[in-house]
Design a protein around this ligand. Structure first.
Ligand code: SAM
Length: 242
């Protein structure tokens, strides 16, 4: 492409996921706001504010799409830091890059089209690797977690922000919002209800808190833990490379 990105072969399902995001890239903010009543902005701020990162660090934000996470991490790594946005989808990456430039974020940013399952970076390249609302779309999550660990420096941290499991008492309301309200809002505002339905389903299939923590341990991360936000609508998982 004209980005000069590396071409990475993708499996059929990944291609479909890519198409879903191509069709929503333009309506992306609207989608997030509808899904979360705007609260995703607070989750992202908390996710980045509590990340283990310091000035001058090199950070990889996977499924970086719109650049929300990278923009929030910018002040934390400072002028000397480096932020790499990785995303499988060229349109999302383009949206992300345009927004970064609009926000005045140019120096210290780079954009790499890549699949989280096989990263085009050498071992030990980053102090922090993040993935926000992205792991759930990855076909082989174990492979992605192993890759995140591989590209981390020893002592570095990986963080996952993702939809998770809500308590039983909340489920009827949550399901109603996801399966009844969201697709209708999607059709109304974005002319697209299928993408919303896909998202609601992908959230239900994503491994819940304890299971994802166990997957991170199995991938080889040390000191794995998680924290629920908004009662488990989303959770932050993190682990370190020992
Ligand atoms: N991190 C951003 C945020 O929080 O606003 C974007 C999240 S968006 C819901 C999910 C992103 O994951 C999309 O941009 C999509 O292209 C990307 N994605 C899906 N599968 C991927 C994979 N296997 N490797 C890398 N990125 C992937």
């Amino acid at each position: 492409t004209h980005f000069g990105f590396r071409d990475v072969p993708v499996a059929e399902k990944q291609k479909l996921v890519g198409e879903v995001f191509s069709s929503v890239a333009g309506n992306y903010d609207l989608m997030n706001d509808l899904m979360s009543f705007g609260i995703h902005r607070i989750w992202k701020r908390y996710f980045t504010a509590t990340a283990q990162v310091s000035r001058g660090d090199r950070v990889l934000d996977l499924a970086g799409g719109t650049g929300d996470i990278a923009a929030l991490l910018r002040p934390r790594v400072g002028e000397t830091g480096e932020l790499v946005l990785g995303d499988i989808n060229g349109s999302m990456l383009r949206v992300g890059r345009d927004r970064m430039v609009d926000r005045g974020n140019v120096r210290g940013f780079s954009y790499v089209q890549c699949n989280a399952q096989s990263l085009p970076f050498p071992d030990g390249s980053f102090d922090l690797v993040t993935i926000a609302f992205g792991l759930r779309n990855v076909t082989d999550k174990d492979a992605a977690l192993r890759e995140m660990l591989r590209v981390l420096k020893v002592g570095g941290q990986a963080r996952v922000l993702e939809f998770s499991e809500v308590p039983d008492w909340f489920r009827p309301l949550y399901d109603f919002h996801s399966f009844q309200v969201l697709p209708k809002l999607g059709r109304l505002f974005a002319g697209d209800s299928d993408s919303y339905r896909y998202l609601a389903e992908s959230i239900r299939k994503h491994p819940p808190q304890e299971e994802l923590k166990a997957m991170m341990e199995a991938a080889g991360f040390a000191r794995c833990r998680y924290r629920n936000l908004s009662g488990g609508i989303v959770a932050i998982h993190d682990g370190c490379k020992a």
